[in-house]
Design a protein around this ligand. Structure first.
Ligand code: ADP
Ligand code: ZN
Length: 649
């Protein structure tokens, strides 16, 4: 979205650009040259020393000025001589002939001593009245220039560096030095025909619902504040690149019809100390002036990364200062300010916890990669301006683009239109789209984002395995949603409703571990092959089993003891609190627990192979399935309880 809407960002003010400095210097130089005397302005004609002797002897010379430092002499004629025919030529060349301030001739001499002696001799011999003066000529302009040159150079280099540093390449960047503390936010408002609304955002129903509330707040703040409620100050949009976070934030502004300040987290950070903080201050000031308004900070991880880690050198203070200022501003503005900050990131996990505290970005809105149905809707949005052939099947296109983000789909549509035009088609047809998809896939493959059909099948069975096992076990958390749309690092995901338990029994732990191993077990049962896709499952199970044995004292062989230290003071990195023999025992027990659950999962899946397959096929087609679909396949879960909280697994 790199449209150039820059024009209205700030009221026109006289720009103090560096060109002014160059201009002033130039004027000074010309001025100095003009005032530094006629000598360099207009020089009289040259004569030879012997000519001078001739003129002297004729008695034409009234004064000889010997300039000792430049080996020059200036010759002034008497009033009478100025009338003579021989001098007419010289006189016509000088500007103001009648004054005695300007020499009529000048000459260069070789040796001062000889020159002096010659003149003296002639004057004495002929008994002349001509006088001889000595002078040193200072070339005012030249000296000044020499003195100023270093300064001019330094200033020039400084200006150059400043412009480079503030990234002010491109037109109109003249005033960068003076604007370095200003925020670089781009403003979109009614004037900059930004008409993104929820209609332009396809899919993302959940996210849209959540931001709808923000729209209502902005449209009608009194309604909420009159009852004493507090308007949210910020929301965090979390999702992979290109999933439409910026688009969603713009749509919020468009729906609420409020100005929208957009900038990237990295815009705050500059190599100068204090710039980030001052930009934050400036941004909030601008937004408050235009409130109600939305501030959108893209890639907030650039400034919001967790503080204090690996910070031995004290570097990165600048980023911390910027973050602190941001937090201060968010705390500082009262509920009546009506400025809402939306921030986007694809790594919510690395953000500083302070950002997520109440009154800051206390809402997190997940913007996931679209599933098959959502992809179809995104195609619909982006095909609106494109002339497509009548028989184009959007469903088919959506199926061809697993793992594509909204931005990728927008790209496909554009690319297809270009390909069709290149081939001289009247409308964009299916083949153009397929070619476009191939081309985009080529780009995605490099980013390791693309899923082959075989992989997709494996993922579907893996996730279906989790779902089946957890459905069949009494104590495993029941499932609410499974998807095979990649999400973050994982390839698929299942959401469960965990029970809130204060005490966990061993059988509950076992059931959970069994469900976690269900993914790998399904791969084994169906394909008789296992894959690396179960890494995070294995990590979770191993940790849980270790905790059972070494922390909770739930293992018969190891017994009722714990190696947990609630004071947190002992460091077991170097010395273990148990003997080698116990260590072996612990390892054996952990392995035994896990293997037992794995075998149990396999048994469950063997018995329910048909249902597992049905579920996986359903997943392959729909990419997401919900509790209802599971109930349709498995029948009502015998041990249902009503649970409240959602947890991602
Ligand atoms: P992000 O900020 O998440 O990286 P953007 O909001 O900049 O992604 O999305 C880039 C482009 O992709 C948008 O301008 C839009 O054209 C397209 N796009 C992404 N998601 C959607 C969506 N859900 N519906 C319609 N278009 C989308
Ligand atoms: Zn898994």
């Amino acid at each position: 979205m790199a449209k150039d809407n820059n024009n209205n960002t700030s009221p026109k003010k006289p720009k103090f650009s560096s060109y002014w400095i160059y201009g002033i210097i130039l004027v000074l130089i010309i001025g100095m040259q003009f005032f530094s005397g006629g000598s360099s302005w207009q020089s009289p004609p040259d004569i030879t020393p012997s000519k001078l002797q001739d003129y002297l002897k004729d008695g034409d010379v009234s004064k000889i000025q010997i300039i000792t430092n430049t080996r020059q002499a200036k010759v002034y004629l008497t009033k009478e001589a100025q009338q003579k025919e021989v001098h007419k030529d010289a006189l016509s060349k000088t500007l103001i002939p009648s004054t005695s301030q300007i020499p009529q001739y000048q000459l260069k001499y070789g040796d001062l001593q000889n020159f002096e002696n010659d003149i003296k001799k002639t004057i004495d011999e002929n008994d002349l009245t001509a006088s001889v003066e000595y002078e040193q000529e200072s070339n005012l302009f030249g000296e000044l220039l020499l003195n100023l040159l270093p300064f001019i150079l330094i200033i020039g280099i400084w200006i150059f560096l400043m412009r480079r540093m503030s990234g002010g390449a491109g037109g109109g960047a003249g005033g960068q030095i003076f604007n370095i503390g200003k925020s670089k936010a781009r403003l979109f408002d009614e004037k900059t025909d930004m008409k993104v609304t929820f209609k332009d955002v396809a899919g993302l129903e959940g996210a849209k619902e959540e931001v709808q509330e923000i729209v209502d707040f902005l449209k009608n703040p009194e309604k909420y504040t009159s009852l004493g409620g507090k308007i949210p100050k910020g929301a965090l949009l979390v999702g992979a690149p290109g999933t439409g976070k910026t688009l969603l934030a713009k749509a919020v502004a468009g729906e609420a019809k409020v100005p929208f300040f957009s900038l990237s987290g990295s815009d705050f950070v500059e190599m100068f100390v204090g710039v980030g903080a001052s930009r934050v201050r400036d941004l909030f000031k601008q937004a408050k002036d235009k409130s109600p308004a939305i501030i959108f900070i893209d890639e907030i991880d650039a400034i919001g990364r967790a503080r204090g880690k690996n910070n031995i050198t004290g570097s990165n203070d600048e980023r911390e200062n910027t973050l602190n200022q941001l937090l201060t501003e968010m705390d500082g503005f009262g509920t009546n300010t009506n400025v809402i900050v939306l921030a986007a990131t694809n790594r919510a996990d690395i953000l500083d916890k302070a950002l997520m505290r109440a009154g800051r970005f206390d809402r997190q809105i997940y913007v996931d990669l679209p599933d098959v149905r959502e992809r179809k809707e995104i195609f619909e949005v982006h095909l609106r301006p494109i002339k497509i052939s009548d028989n184009l099947d959007l469903e088919f296109l959506a199926k061809q683009t697993p793992g594509f983000s909204g931005a990728d789909i927008a790209n496909v549509c554009n690319e297809a239109a270009l390909i069709a035009a290149r081939n001289g088609r009247k409308a964009v047809d299916k083949q153009s789209f397929l070619d476009a998809v191939d081309r985009i896939v080529g780009g995605l493959e490099k980013k390791n984002k693309i899923i082959t059909p075989g992989e997709k099948k494996t993922i579907a069975f893996h996730e279906a395995g989790h779902a089946t096992v957890s459905w069949m076990l009494e104590h495993a958390a029941p499932l609410v949603k499974v998807t095979i749309v990649p999400r973050g690092q994982s390839l698929g995901a299942a959401w469960y409703l965990p029970e809130e338990r204060l005490i966990v029994r061993p059988e509950q732990m076992s059931d959970e571990m069994c469900a976690t191993l269900g993914g790998r077990a399904a791969e084994k049962v169906i394909f008789d092959k296992i894959s690396t896709g179960a890494l995070s499952d294995l990590e979770k199970v191993t940790k849980q089993a270790r905790a059972m044995v070494t922390i909770y004292g739930l293992n018969d062989k190891v017994g009722n003891l714990t190696y947990y230290d609630s004071s947190g003071q002992t460091d077991y990195n170097f010395s273990k609190p148990y003997s080698e023999k116990t260590a072996q025992l612990i390892d054996q027990e952990i392995s035994k627990i896990i293997e037992a659950q794995y075998i149990r999962a396999i048994e469950i899946l063997e018995q329910n192979k048909d249902k597992l397959t049905e579920l996986a096929e359903h997943l392959l087609e729909k990419e997401v399935i919900f509790k209802d679909d599971l109930e349709r396949i498995f029948g009502k879960r015998p041990f249902t309880k009503e649970e409240e909280e959602l947890q991602e697994n």
